[in-house]
Design a protein around this ligand. Structure first.
Ligand SMILES: *Cc1c(COP(=O)(O)O)cnc(C)c1O
Length: 486
């Protein structure tokens, strides 16, 4: 650096590299390693236990001195990459996790390089997010004035929906007065199979998780509409104010779909906000074959879903779509001098994404989603979704044929719940699942169906094929035989 006017130059504190060529080749090696990882994923174990020595390596003191990027990359390859959960792997069938794609990974790199902050202001990254909102509005048959927002996941999206529904019933003044000022306590309704984050959303919104009435399900694990309506009437009678019904499109434990058309009609009759938790199931709308299964979703007041599950966008990419943009904005927009809007310049482009949710600093989740939707189109993404359901049906058929195995719930979408028959089925199947996970062959998870422990196979990954189900079933039978006789 040249000294100017005889002053001593400040030390160069920039974090940019001194040698861009060296960084460039290091960057190419990192990119190649990740492409190799994705290309040869199937040859690796799905998951492997973390060796104590590796765990120990992450109890270091805060580093004071620099280390070479190449060395840290090496550590990533040997100590981090092999010990992730494994949801990118075709043999991963636990919980409901998306697999990600190489395209999504590359888009993440572009977004990180740009380092855009999508809280607001006049920039095309925000226009990309609005483009996705408009696409989702069209996909779900929502009106032009609908609003949408990227969030971490459906847990946050459901929370936002609860707050908007609360504004709808109590008016924007609730933001100042709080829910305690309501004359009658608010109550919400969802099926017994609804995700735990619904109760949590009521909890953190100040309404209390006790405000959620969990309604029994029928033999297809759908919310019982008659019992729902009775509960609403009983609550009104008892002095409560019912305000919201949450339907689920794809329950997390068995993949059941509530009767969304029936729920929409009931909500209209009762004057209630109709929200759909469609974390993974909502995007079945992209498959012409499956779309009829989520019919009625177009009548919702709000829909929460994840691009990071069935649509394979890398984590995280949750989304909330709201029919009434005004109510959505009235729930979150706040005047602040440092967030002043202009008609020209960088502070133009109001309303901003920060007017639709609690986050001000926000990453560019829209970019990896835009790349995914543009690269594959809804045709291929819909085909992936339909394929996971076809695989689940195939697994269901094979389970029915095995006398050692017992199906525990009907297969509505992509989730299969079953168990290995034994004298002590809960213990046997819990051990079986751990043994399977530790073998690295396949990773299912467990849940409880009507009180009994089930092996739960959720096929979400676009890479999963029949051969992966073959390996799973073979291992289930082998470990089952071993564990049942322990
Ligand atoms: C996954 C899931 C959620 C939670 O979504 P996150 O993205 O993990 O926050 C909520 N509801 C259902 C039905 C889910 O499958």
């Amino acid at each position: 650096m040249k000294p100017a006017h005889g002053r001593t130059p400040p030390s160069d504190t920039s974090l940019d590299p001194e040698d861009w060529d060296a960084l460039r080749s290091q960057g190419h090696r990192m990119l190649d390693d990740m492409l190799d990882y994705l290309q040869h994923l199937r040859a690796r174990p799905v998951w492997q236990p973390i060796p104590p020595g590796v765990r120990e390596r992450f109890h270091e003191p805060l580093p004071q001195d620099p280390e070479a990027l190449a060395d840290l990359h090496q550590r990533f390859m040997t100590e981090i990459l092999p010990y992730a959960v494994g949801n990118a792997h075709p043999g991963f069938m636990g919980w409901v996790h998306g697999g990600g794609t190489a395209v999504g990974m590359l888009a993440e790199m572009l977004a990180a390089g740009l380092n855009a902050n999508l809280g607001g202001r006049d920039q095309v990254p925000v226009a990309v997010e609005r483009q996705i909102t408009n696409w989702m509005r069209d996909l779900f048959g929502f009106p032009e004035r609908s609003s949408g927002l990227f969030v971490t996941g459906t847990s946050m999206a459901n929370f936002i929906a609860v707050l908007v529904a609360r504004t709808a019933v109590l008016g924007p003044a609730v933001r100042e007065n709080g829910v305690a000022a309501a004359t009658r306590p608010l109550t919400a309704y969802a099926s017994a199979g609804a995700h735990g984050c619904i109760a949590q959303a009521l909890d953190i919104s100040g309404l209390g998780s006790g405000a959620l009435r969990r309604i029994a399900v029928n033999e297809r694990f759908q919310i019982d509409l008659q019992q729902l309506e009775q509960a609403i009437l009983a609550d009104r009678e008892a002095g409560f104010q019912p305000f919201m019904v949450v339907g689920t499109a794809g329950t997390v434990d068995v993949g059941a779909l509530d009767d969304l058309g029936g729920l929409a009609a009931l909500c209209r009759r009762q004057g209630l906000w109709f929200h759909v938790d469609g974390a993974f199931g909502a995007l079945a709308r992209m498959s012409p074959e499956l779309a009829p299964r989520v019919a009625g979703i177009e009548l919702a007041d709000s829909i929460a879903f994840d691009f990071h599950k069935w649509v394979q966008v890398p984590y995280d990419a949750g989304f909330i779509l709201v029919r009434d943009e005004t109510l959505h904005r009235q729930t979150f927009a706040s005047p602040a001098a440092y967030l002043q809007r202009e008609t020209r310049g960088v502070a133009a482009g109001s309303p901003w994404p920060c007017d639709y949710g609690p986050d001000l600093s926000r990453g560019f989740r829209a970019l990896k989603t835009w790349f995914t939707l543009k690269t594959y189109g809804t045709a291929r993404l819909g085909a992936v979704i339909a394929q996971t359901c076809a695989l689940a049906r195939d697994l269901e058929t094979r389970i029915r044929k095995h006398p050692e195995l017992e199906l525990l719930a009907p297969v509505a979408l992509n989730i299969v719940c079953f168990r290995y028959r034994s004298a002590h089925p809960d213990e046997t199947n819990a051990r079986l699942v751990v043994a399977l996970q530790e073998s690295g062959v396949a990773v299912p998870s467990t849940t409880r169906i009507r009180g009994v422990l089930a092996i739960r196979v959720a096929i979400v990954n676009h890479r999963t094929r029949l051969e992966d189900l073959d390996r799973l079933l073979k291992a289930v039978l082998a470990f089952g035989a071993k564990e049942a006789h322990q």
